[in-house]
Design a protein around this ligand. Structure first.
Ligand SMILES: Cc1cc2nc3c(=O)[nH]c(=O)nc-3n(C[C@H](O)[C@H](O)[C@H](O)COP(=O)(O)OP(=O)(O)OC[C@H]3O[C@@H](n4cnc5c(N)ncnc54)[C@H](O)[C@@H]3O)c2cc1C
Length: 458
């Protein structure tokens, strides 16, 4: 069989060593993200451009040949959104690097392939801070964070990626290289097309540069932990903190299944101490921070904590948060995971946690829950059991939890995106008229529908 003519064009456009891969042995590792089950095709090629102009040339060539394009960052996504499609071209951003910091304007211009933690380290050298901190900060890319509108631990106080992106350079699905957004603190010139791109999961174009907003470095945080006998009590404690008017800089929940999985792997001993743990961080300076910490501790106690207290030892506090970050890989050791990502109003958090337990009982499943609880954003990790009906039971629980969240006034995805796993759920959440508007916005960016087909919209 003769080679696809697009391959020769790609090699001309990207002459650098290793910039165009087409042997299955090299392209295989670009086929999937971290989501179990989402369909993944066999790509014609993986390209690794070094400049925005090369990305533009790749997209234009793909458009001429009617070949799909899937942008890819670090492949840490949990919704199958970066999965390859058959015969398509995966555009990896791993060579689109570089961080330029402007300390006066408090912004940085960043290549999409830069890893979140590397950006945070680079700006820290200037006494600055990039707030969005997904638990995957150590390995996910800024381009992926923008395309999924990633959340994280401190979003409860500082907002999500969208709140920190001032502008992007984008190659649209039409093959045009455009700049969206601004560099100024304010700006209302025309429609907010940048807002459409953030969270668009690679369906509108390839982000080739990101301008992010930075903040001054923060004072050290205080940590308050609470141990609970019951998941629902812990949910009540989160609602109580919100009612008390304190805004923690992180408020995370780790349930008994998660604690046991981390213990089995890392022997932290936490599962002997509690059924469910809440971890709060507070970063207001001085006496205000002391008062906030006391209020959170009182809320935990009033909601039924068996123990609550502030940690004065930074290493001990960091160890607790490390245990929280280890939950996903620890639970993954129990079997393939379907990672839920529902988000509900804070007042509905106890009810949603009760529904997670009910779904686990109804379908006879282990569902380990870790949550950015202060945002009402839950990650029930559905462990897919072995056996003939295991996948069907897990899938039924996964769908049911989305319906539960919608019934409680929430959303099917707080931060991971729709990808290829939640397309059906999206049609249950959004009005058909809104879905139609979204499709028409996509068509404006991507007239031939080559960008990441099969993601988000069926
Ligand atoms: C252990 C673990 C913990 C996690 N914790 C969190 C968390 O706390 N918060 C959170 O929000 N997520 C979390 N995630 C999910 C994941 O890390 C995020 O969704 C992240 O933003 C994906 O970044 P990535 O570089 O891996 O993107 P990929 O997985 O490669 O891609 C994700 C999507 O972005 C698109 N994309 C990537 N780069 C570009 C680009 N340059 N232009 C256009 N589209 C692009 C892809 O097409 C795809 O649709 C976690 C994942 C794991 C495995």
């Amino acid at each position: 069989m003769s080679a696809h003519p697009l391959l020769a064009e790609l090699r001309t456009a990207l002459p650098e060593d290793g910039a165009v891969l087409d042997a299955p042995a090299s392209t295989d590792r670009y086929r999937r993200d971290q989501a179990a089950w989402a369909e993944a095709g066999v790509p014609l090629a993986v390209v690794r451009p070094s400049t925005a102009e090369q990305v533009r040339d790749v997209v234009r060539a793909c458009r001429r040949h009617g070949v799909p394009v899937v942008p890819r960052g670090a492949g840490s996504g949990l919704a199958g959104a970066a999965n390859a499609v058959d015969g398509g071209v995966v555009v990896s951003t791993e060579r689109l690097l570089g961080v330029t910091v402007d300390p006066v304007e408090r912004l940085a211009v960043v290549g999409p392939g830069v890893v979140n933690a590397d950006l945070r380290a680079a700006v820290a050298e200037h006494g600055l801070w990039y707030a969005p901190d997904p638990a995957s900060a150590g390995f996910s890319s800024i381009g992926g964070n923008v395309a999924t509108n990633a959340g994280g631990l401190c979003c409860v106080k500082y907002g999500v990626t969208r709140d920190h992106v001032l502008g992007v350079q984008l190659v649209t699905g039409a093959g045009d290289l455009v700049r969206l957004g601004r560099r100024t603190a304010k700006g209302v010139a025309g429609l907010d097309l940048l807002g459409a791109v953030v969270g668009s999961e690679g369906t509108l174009g390839v982000v080739t540069e990101v301008t992010v907003r930075l903040r001054p470095a923060r004072p050290p945080e205080r940590t308050v932990a609470g141990f609970f006998d019951s998941l629902v009590d812990a949910g009540e404690a989160v609602a109580a903190v919100a009612r008390a008017g304190v805004v923690p800089s992180a408020l995370e929940l780790v349930d008994s299944h998660s604690l046991r999985a981390v213990d089995a792997w890392k022997a932290t001993g936490l599962a002997d101490e509690a059924d469910t743990v809440l971890l709060a961080r507070l970063d207001a300076p001085g006496e205000v921070g002391d008062a906030d910490a006391a209020t959170v501790e009182a809320c935990f106690t009033a909601a039924g904590a068996t123990w609550a207290g502030a940690s004065s030892d930074e290493a001990e506090a960091e160890a607790l948060f490390d245990a929280r970050r280890l939950v996903w890989p620890a639970v993954e050791r129990l079997g393939p995971l379907l990672t839920e990502d529902v988000c509900v109003p804070l007042g509905a958090l106890p009810a949603m946690l009760a529904r997670v337990q009910a779904a686990a009982a109804q379908h006879d499943l282990v569902i380990a829950t870790v949550a950015h609880a202060g945002d009402g954003n839950l990650h029930p990790l559905v462990v897919v059991p072995a056996g003939a009906d295991g996948e069907a039971r897990a899938a039924a629980a996964f769908e049911q939890l989305m319906d539960d969240a919608l019934a409680l006034g929430g959303t099917i995805t707080g931060e991971h995106g729709v990808g290829r796993l939640k397309r059906e759920g999206l049609t249950r959440e959004l009005d058909p008229l809104v879905l139609d508007l979204q499709r028409r916005v996509k068509a404006a960016f991507d007239p031939d529908g080559i960008m990441n087909p099969g993601a988000v919209w069926a």
